[in-house]
Design a protein around this ligand. Sequence first.
Ligand SMILES: Nc1nc2c(c(=O)[nH]1)N[C@H]1C(S)=C(S)[C@@H](COP(=O)(O)O)O[C@H]1N2
Ligand SMILES: [Mo]
Length: 443
Amino acid sequence: MSKNSKDIESFSNNVKPTSRRDFFKKTAVYSAGLVATSSVLSPAKAIASDDTAIINEVEWGTKLGDKVTKFPYGVPSPYEHNNVRRNDPLLSSGDEYATVSMCLIHESEGIITPNGLFFTRDHGGTAHVDPEQFRLMIHGKVKKDIVLTLDQLKRYPSVTRTYFIECPANGSTDWRAPQYNNLQFLKGMMSSAEWTGVLLKTILDDIGLEDDAVWMLAEGSDNAGNPRTIPVEKALDDIMIVWGQNGEALRPEQGYPVRLVVPGWEGNLNTKWLKRLEFSDKPWHSKEETSKYTMLQKSGKAIRYFWVNEVNSVITSPCPEKPWTDLKKGDLVEIEGLAWSGHGTIKHVDITLDGGDNWIEASLKGLVLPKSWTRFSYIMKWDGKPLLLSSRAVDDIDNVQPTIDQETSAVGVESVYHRNANVTWEVTGKGEVYNVHIRKHHA
Ligand SMILES: Nc1nc2c(c(=O)[nH]1)N[C@H]1C(S)=C(S)[C@@H](COP(=O)(O)O)O[C@H]1N2
Ligand SMILES: [Mo]
């Protein structure tokens, strides 16, 4: 014990000016004078007598823990029981086979969703496909039809890439007015993972495409099949046939053993439990026709093909489920959120505290990858005054996330899909957070 405390002492003597000080100095710069010199998280405040008891008499210090071998496959701490997917009964109308179980994105750390929490959207329930029974047929306008077993598929050179998947219906409940004081149901139809598989292009280069192949139909082996058609250019660009998700096999809910990943494009194209890819010179104008995810516009005309999930962002902390009710006036606080664009990489994100009159640049945290969740952050001192808090993302082809006015004046409010207008949180003086719509045209 004494040796340890010595070590710690000499260690701390060698540390340069405390990093905490540096942190506060930097913060002051970020938030342009908003931060005074108070030590908000001062350690003195934390060491109350209760805490001393907790540290000295910690329960687990007096008994053995679980056997190391207890969980061949680990499970989260029971204290994390709130961090689970949830189904909104309003959307499922009682049917739990054709519905969506949404991700608690404000509990997400970093830019990867743990596999057990990845949002799940099925149309005919979750299939459990035996990998021995798995076959992938690639046929139609290809030079050589093939049927692959899982082993044969995995023999192709693999790549590992991080992409979000977002159902184009994400945020759909808010077209007319705010429906939820709840981020999980407002924006939880998306998640992000590191996918491992083969680029479809690698296989197509191997077997050869006919010159007149312009469409690809992807079909799954579940009850719904989820047939979807996708232009061949996308297939030859970055579509992956994946079997790996965050370091392990795909989960059944994500299409085990193999699914399609169509980076940045609407979630429904990412066919799970993949069994068949057919190439054709025409789109399927039959019952297999897939372009039913249209965008109905104000004019009454629909945009037929709208595949890309446009540039988007949302503040995840605070949010209605993660309010500032514990904050005191003058506390330092980090505003965090997620930005993403199906077109490419997030270039920057701005934050507004006043409903869009003034915008301040946030910093991007961690990895900034194409077609991937990008975490942004802004550190400030909250003066206890009400805020209208929102974020606005810009991607690398300079698409700017629209305001509600800009979006609805372009496409109206009849559509279900591709909502990407700013989400605004009203933060009250008590720190409660509400989903509100700001209807003015921002500069
Ligand atoms: N075979 C099959 N693939 C499917 C679906 C389905 O019901 N069956 N649902 C689609 C829809 S609408 C979406 S949004 C994504 C969701 O992927 P996830 O469940 O892995 O989040 O899967 C797509 N792929
Ligand atoms: Mo979807």
